[in-house]
Design a protein around this ligand. Structure first.
Ligand SMILES: [Zn+2]
Ligand SMILES: [Zn+2]
Length: 132
């Protein structure tokens, strides 16, 4: 009973945020609602939600894994390693690539939140002077 209400608050927090939160950020938001909650309860609840596919977990290169509501539209990201900018891709933009891999390799892709690292346009323009 107690743990399911934590689940509820986590899902609410992620829904409200509509973006990625680290486990610590999730905890901070839950603490606002349930002042007596302890971090390990929140972290365990997050793990459970990930296992139950209610929440997705990904490495956005920020040093801490981030959580996001798994429901709603499937999307992916391009992350600039230089400035940390995140570009969100609709699933249709990578769907063709996924389908090609599935057909060619006879491999069923389960990844529902692809994160690709690189350098954004702005940063490419900035660094086009010295070095090379
Ligand atoms: Zn995302
Ligand atoms: Zn950048």
């Amino acid at each position: 009973m107690r743990s399911s209400s934590v689940d509820f608050y986590i899902l609410q927090a992620l829904k409200k945020e509509q973006s990625h939160l680290t486990s610590h950020e999730v905890f901070e938001r839950i603490q606002g609602q349930l002042p007596a909650v302890n971090p390990s309860t929140v972290y365990r609840a997050l793990e459970r939600l990930v296992k139950g596919s209610k929440v997705s977990i990904s490495d956005m290169g920020t040093g801490a894994e981030v959580y996001e509501l798994a429901e709603g539209e499937t999307h992916h990201h391009l992350v600039c390693q230089n400035c940390g900018k995140i570009i969100t891709l609709h699933h249709e933009e990578v769907d063709g690539f996924f389908q090609k891999l599935e057909n060619d390799k006879n491999f069923k892709i389960l990844t529902n939140h692809l994160v690709l690292f690189g350098i954004c346009e702005e940063c490419q323009n900035k660094s086009s002077d010295p070095e090379k």
